[in-house]
Design a protein around this ligand. Structure first.
Ligand code: PGA
Length: 249
């Protein structure tokens, strides 16, 4: 059995002070969610929350990283720096970064290699756009994103990986994908992972769903044995709402 994982992607929300207040509120609300691993992904400027006492209940993820360890890269943050701050995970290839920051599969691949090189656990986000969905391209798109994004990752480093299937049309729209659609795409993803690394490695990897997850729909998603947890955006910003999702995950 893969332990369920729930990730709170705060995106560009909350200062360091607000982040500390959030974890203090959240910690007692998720005492009954011990079966689920909870990961918080604040912006870089609030990652120091990993070291406040209430933060110890959680693992932390950065929302991005640069692929070099150090150098003349103004505005960037490296895997080494994230590890030193107490991060365990890093989100890579979120559709907002692909779309708004021009990140393509080869940049994402470099970031994943950099993360695993430092023992940081990448959460690779993949998913089709609304147009690709209309054209029936979902399988082709997620397969390409996996093949290119995961190029050169050894089966040893693959153990650090989590995949998040996040159809772009479901992110922030209030229109989540159906449990049937998610189940089918997760099977496709699992098959790609098995092909790449064999069943022993692939069957241990977690595949999450993300896109308009809320306390009312989460149970329907995680009922599928192929859904190992969720990645939550908008609904994670309020600790009470996020705790409800975590308890049901
Ligand atoms: P959402 O965002 O839950 O607001 O749809 C999910 C995400 O962007 O990861």
């Amino acid at each position: 059995m893969r332990r369920h994982l729930i990730v709170a992607n705060w995106k560009m929300h909350k200062t360091a002070v607000e982040a500390a207040a959030y974890v203090r509120r959240l910690a007692p609300l998720v005492r009954q969610a011990a079966h689920t691993e909870i990961v918080l992904a604040p912006p870089f400027t609030a990652l120091s929350v990993a070291s406040v006492p209430a933060g110890r209940r959680f693992a932390f993820a950065a929302q991005n990283l640069h692929w070099e360890d150090a150098g003349a890269f103004t505005g960037e943050v490296s895997a080494r720096m994230l590890v030193a701050l107490g991060c365990t995970y890093v989100i890579v290839g979120h559709s907002e970064r692909r779309r708004l920051c021009g990140e393509d599969d080869s940049v994402i691949n470099k970031k994943i290699l950099a993360a695993t090189g430092h023992g940081l656990r990448p959460i690779l986000c993949i998913g089709e756009s609304p147009a690709e969905r209309r054209q029936g391209q979902t399988t082709r798109v997620v397969t390409r994103q996996l093949q290119k994004g995961l190029r050169g990752i050894t089966s040893q480093d693959a153990r650090l990986l989590t995949i998040a299937y996040e159809p772009v049309w479901a992110i922030g729209t209030g229109i989540a994908a159906s449990p049937e659609h998610i189940h089918a795409v997760h099977l496709t993803i699992r098959a790609c992972l098995v092909k790449k690394w064999g069943a022993r490695v692939a069957n241990r990897m977690r595949i999450l769903y993300g896109g308009s997850v809320n306390p009312d729909n989460v149970v329907a998603f995680v009922q599928s044995p192929e859904v190992d947890g969720v990645l939550v955006g908008g609904a994670c910003l309020d600790p009470r709402t996020f705790a409800k999702i975590a308890r049901r995950c």
